[in-house]
Design a binder for this molecule. Structure first.
Ligand code: ACO
Length: 331
């Protein structure tokens, strides 16, 4: 059974409710039919019911098992407006602005998760990452003890002897452009949950990546990764984390042994934490394209409740898979 089949199986075993704010988007509607048929989640589509029905008719999807909520005309609208206003009034929110924002399915969808109308949210087939994340960050916010959010990819690299037999978690590849040392340390912690719960890596081994290995270069960017490694070790002593490592020292046992002798992580890493978003985003795309790896994600980490972003180039199967992953995270 492939990893994605395992994730779908897990989703089915304890069905969660997932809200899909892009209810009039064709791939989302087609995916909804599959989600219902395969019993992966209870989907809620947001949007005008007539428009959603027209899209379903056009793409030939039977979505009769889905709940449909029209944000502005729903029983939740007024309560959500008031709660959002209260939540944000110290930041300049007015009732007028709150009314306008709660008519936007992305804001309404995040409120559905916050108020337990849904267990998780998936969007991004039509909207940018920033537009999906902003309402989620404002409303659902971070998990207790977490100050920042990151986006991980599960990487399945064919014919690769490194990591967990070619299986890896990479982070942050999607969210925080220029993280602090404290944020990088949090990403290390968050990624262990993704490794265990979604990737099926029972022993996450975390390499903090840099262009330096154990002091081989002297630069403020390297100092940040060294500090992040210290913070991660101090805050979560149970983690198998070490750094700073160049990628080869993190992955290749021989190189790790020669460049970082004595490290229990060098040469064994299966979770790679990149020093910033440019490195993380470029890194996962290079491995995906050049090594023909499967890249599953981004999986949003560190949120109080699960929200996931789709690529605008996603396929119907991608939507189904991300909904299944979100449902598993919500269990
Ligand atoms: N973690 C936790 N909270 C955050 C984070 C973070 N990383 N970033 C912002 N926030 C919070 C802020 O504190 C703020 O809360 P507040 O309003 O209650 O004070 C709220 O979110 C909004 O923050 P802003 O700074 O106003 O939002 P911004 O416009 O900067 O958007 C975002 C934040 C969306 C995460 C932005 O940094 C972004 O666009 N990141 C890059 C996304 C991207 O383009 N990724 C690459 C493509 S994805 C791919 O290829 C797989």
């Amino acid at each position: 059974m492939t990893l994605l089949e395992q994730i779908r199986d897990k989703a089915r075993s304890n069905r969660k409710t997932i809200v899909l704010p892009e209810g009039t988007e064709e791939r989302t509607v087609k995916a909804t039919e599959i989600i219902i048929k395969e019993q992966l989640a209870n989907p809620i589509l947001l949007g005008d019911p007539n428009e959603i029905a027209a899209v379903a008719g056009k793409v030939g999807a039977n979505i009769s098992g889905a709940e449909i909520i029209d944000p502005k005309n729903s029983k939740y609208y007024e309560g959500f407006v008031n709660e959002f206003y209260e939540m944000r009034k110290s930041k300049g929110m007015t009732i007028d602005k709150a009314q306008a924002l709660m008519s936007d399915p992305l804001y309404f969808g995040s409120m559905c998760v916050y108020k337990n109308v849904a267990d998780g949210e998936v969007a991004g087939a039509r909207n940018t990452t920033g537009d999906v994340l902003r309402p989620a960050l404002q409303i659902i916010r971070t998990a207790p003890g977490m100050n920042s959010v990151s986006g991980a990819f599960i990487m399945i690299v064919p014919e690769c002897e490194f990591g967990d037999r070619g299986l890896f978690v990479f982070a942050d590849c999607a969210v925080t452009p220029n993280p602090t040392a404290e944020q990088l340390a949090e990403f290390a912690f968050q990624s262990t949950e993704t490794a265990r719960k979604l990737a099926g890596i029972s022993d996450p081994v975390i390499g903090m990546l840099s262009f330096s290995t154990k002091g081989s270069a002297d630069h403020e960017l390297v100092d940040k990764v060294i500090k992040a490694t210290e913070i991660a070790k101090q805050r979560w002593p149970e983690l198998a984390v070490d750094g700073e490592f160049q990628a080869d020292a993190a992955l290749v046992p021989k190189v790790g042994a020669s460049k970082a002798p004595g490290s229990t992580v060098a040469g064994k890493a299966n979770v790679l934490i990149f020093p910033d978003l440019q490195a993380g985003n470029i890194g996962y795309k290079l491995v995906q394209r050049m090594a023909k790896a499967e890249a599953i994600g981004p999986i949003l980490q560190g949120m109080a409740k699960p929200v996931n972003d789709l690529s605008r180039g996603c396929s119907v199967e991608d939507v189904v898979n991300v909904v299944a992953m979100t449902a598993v995270k919500a269990q």
